[in-house]
Ligand binder design. Structure first.
Ligand code: PMP
Length: 311
């Protein structure tokens, strides 16, 4: 899982040289912000899915933390993303921007300066190829998802993912594939890196945005469901509603769209991807590969001259 170049603070740096000093507040305290983006192969060359929306969320995450003097705007980061995909000769890849702090030890973020890198890596579906066909077994985690007044959940703060790592590792060690996490009130929030949906009597439900990350895959799926004439409702969901749902599936850039076959050893629906998940999956993959109704709107084709100096 590596590449030839990582874009760092305005230039392409060879992979081995893309390093950060031990004394960085991001490493010690988790104050960094990241994004997860995917680039797909299409008949018109590689295209990045919803790149501007991801970069907007990235800049908003930085804004939410109250970081000042972040030196890069959306179009600079967009051009850098195109460059890093091209420089590594990727047709399909995962793209990882990271804002990190450079400065002395200590908790005052105003003593540090925000820096940024963008890596492009080969990374297959997060839950594996097989999971996309058969579905996954979820555990309801004993850990609680973050309260918005602890670490803010609309910001993809690196430190938020300590919670995700605790949840994910315990789920895997316990023999599950992934876990769903409940919010501080006990309602279903999201998974370690995915939003969650359930289908009951033909209606698609998903938790509201109050405590979850505003997933771009979630948003895309809600739009595609509308296209297919499926009613979508954002509502609080309990764990037992998931147990008796006709279908449950999860969505995220890394995982894409994956059905849930069981939760806590209770089979969900037929125990395999159901008709709504299959229809949405088909529409979603067509979109990603340039063949969907929203492809023109959502795909950002990598400019083949992105590595040429601007004239
Ligand atoms: N929730 C969390 C906690 C995540 O980390 C992610 C992945 N970014 C998502 C949901 C899904 O978001 P997206 O569809 O934009 O990747």
């Amino acid at each position: 899982m590596n590449s030839d170049f990582i874009w760092m603070n305005g230039e392409l740096v060879p992979y081995e040289k893309a390093t950060v000093h031990f004394i960085t507040p991001t490493l010690h305290y988790g104050l960094g912000v990241f994004e997860g983006i995917r680039c797909y192969q299409t008949p018109h060359g590689p295209a990045v899915f919803r790149l501007e929306d991801h970069l907007k969320r990235f800049l908003e995450s930085i804004h939410i933390l109250g970081i000042q003097d972040f030196a890069y705007d959306l179009q600079t980061l967009r051009a850098a993303t195109h460059q890093v995909v091209l420089a590594n000769h990727f047709t399909e890849c995962y793209i990882r921007p990271l804002m990190y702090m450079e400065g002395p030890m200590g908790l005052n973020m105003d003593n540090s300066r925000p820096k940024v890198g963008i890596a492009a890596l080969e990374w297959g579906p997060y839950l594996g190829e097989e999971a996309q066909q058969t579905g996954v077994h979820l555990m309801v985690s004993s850990f609680t998802r973050l309260h918005p007044n602890i670490n803010m959940t609309k910001s993809k703060v690196a430190g938020n993912y300590v919670n995700s790592m605790l949840v994910k590792t315990l789920a895997l060690r316990s023999g599950y594939d992934e876990a769903v996490i409940l919010d501080p009130q006990g309602f279903v929030a999201e998974c370690t890196g995915e939003n969650i949906f359930m289908v009951r009597k033909g209606v698609l439900y998903t938790p509201p945005l109050s405590t979850v990350l505003e997933g771009l895959t979630r948003d895309s799926i809600m739009t595609l469901a509308g296209d297919l004439g499926i009613t979508v409702k954002e509502t609080m969901i309990t764990r037992d509603q998931l147990y008796i749902a006709d279908e449950v599936f999860i969505s995220g850039t890394a995982a894409e769209l994956v059905s849930v076959r069981a939760i806590d050893y209770r089979t969900v629906g037929e125990g395999r991807p159901g008709p709504v998940a299959r229809a949405l999956s088909e529409a979603f993959y067509a979109t990603l590969h340039g063949d969907g109704r929203h492809s023109a709107e959502w795909l950002d084709y990598v400019a083949q001259d992105a590595l040429q100096p601007a004239s």
